[in-house]
Design a protein around this ligand. Structure first.
Ligand code: PLP
Length: 390
């Protein structure tokens, strides 16, 4: 494929000029896809690549997954659908956030995007402006079974099904709903949504059905139906809120150490002087901050930026976890490297912010958030490298 962009692309920022480096392992991504496909079988695993493939880069991710056999992709926005269309001209592309009104319908036609219809308005627009492929005006029907986010009510879906059986104006190629609590396997909400989804299936007999996101793949088989929609697990996030992460880490974020300083007990670190050192310390200053998506809420222990008692994030340096100390700032974060001993760390070393040694879910938790937000917040200042394709 000479016209395809090489998967080994960089952001254009040279490493000597960058504060950090981001390594994206497409081999691990593909291994995760294969595991999810295997767990989903006989259902098909379709890839969710919205939000720039959770921050990893939609083009290299789609290329790698296409080469691994994935043929259908979900995005959130039509604009993202255009990018997938360019990367994978033959792919099936489904747009989760719906039609965006009449003005956007032409774009769906041009790029042959399949809208996820979330309302009666969406349905009416697609009846008037859809494209015909092998089937007339293909669409996905999304029904809300317990989130009050997007989707038709079950009653509206039933009314649509009855009418469409007569008019055949649209061809629903899939019905879907979304789990609110899939990451908590014991939550009663899962069963309730499953039951409502079964009712929906009875309304649309014989149509491909999809309920499970990443977490849903790890619930019992009856959540899989014909198609699953994993996102976060592809990218290495833990699909369950509890328990070991079965996925391989895909992203490694590292920050350059700019300086190591000796700081006296009783002195303060960073803005607000809110963390006071309780011993003479070695403080490593790393070139990463909230402008790079390293959230300010990851600040050090005792810094009053979080609710609850979390201890602040840590990085991984020379075989050890070292805690953030003081507030994370826009461009810089301080780490307490006292335990590593004098001379062990110096300028030009790189500290792992998250990756194989510093699980992204741990960092996210320390920052009071989830891996999804950490990934989709990754900033543009990293030097990016894609590895792991044959
Ligand atoms: C984002 C999204 C997914 C993927 O969810 P993960 O938890 O990342 O696997 C699946 N379905 C819908 C409707 C989504 O919005």
């Amino acid at each position: 494929m000479p016209d395809e962009p090489s998967p080994t692309v960089s952001s254009g920022i040279e490493l000597p000029l960058a504060g950090g480096r981001l390594t994206i392992d497409l081999g691990a991504l593909v291994a995760n896809y294969r595991l999810l496909a295997q767990l989903s079988a006989p259902a098909q695993a379709l890839a969710v690549v919205k939000a720039d493939a959770y921050g990893l880069g939609i083009e290299p991710v789609v290329n790698a997954l296409w080469n691994a056999g994935c043929r259908r992709f979900f995005v959130a926005l039509p604009e993202e659908g255009f990018r997938v269309r360019k990367a994978a001209p033959e792919a099936g592309i489904m747009v989760l956030s719906g039609l965006f009104g009449v003005d956007a319908a032409a774009a769906f036609v041009e790029a042959r995007l399949i809208p996820v219809l979330n309302s009666q308005t969406d349905i009416a627009i697609w009846e008037a402006h859809g494209w015909d492929g092998d089937v007339p005006r293909p669409c996905v029907i999304h029904v809300d079974t317990g989130m009050n986010r997007l989707g038709l009510t079950l009653e509206a879906a039933r009314a649509f099904a009855e009418e469409n059986a007569l008019t055949r104006a649209l061809t629903p190629v899939m019905i879907m709903s979304h789990l609110a609590c899939g990451d908590d396997s014991g939550h009663p909400m899962n069963r309730r949504q499953l039951e409502l989804f079964q009712e929906l299936r009875a309304i649309f007999p014989g149509i491909e059905s999809s309920l499970a996101n990443s977490a849903g793949v790890f619930l019992t088989k009856d959540f899989h139906f014909e198609a699953t929609r994993p996102g976060i697990a592809l990218y290495g996030g833990n699909p369950s809120a509890a328990g070991n992460n079965p996925m391989r880490p895909v992203v490694t974020a590292e920050a350059r150490i700019l300086q190591v300083r000796q700081a006296k007990t009783g002195t303060a670190v960073s803005y607000g002087a809110s963390q006071i050192l309780t011993r003479d310390s070695l403080i490593a200053i790393a070139s990463v901050g909230y402008a790079d998506g390293y959230h300010r809420s990851a600040s050090g222990a005792g810094v009053p930026l979080r609710h609850g008692g979390t201890r602040g994030a840590a990085g991984f340096l020379h075989g050890r976890r070292v805690p953030v100390v003081g507030r994370v700032t826009m461009d810089l974060t301080m780490f307490d490297v006292t335990e590593l001993g004098p001379g062990a760390v110096g300028p030009g070393d790189f500290i792992e912010i998250f990756g194989p040694n510093m699980p992204i879910d741990d960092v996210a938790k320390a920052a009071g958030t989830i891996s999804y937000e950490l990934l989709t917040s990754i900033g543009r200042r990293y030097h990016r490298t894609y590895v792991g394709t044959a």
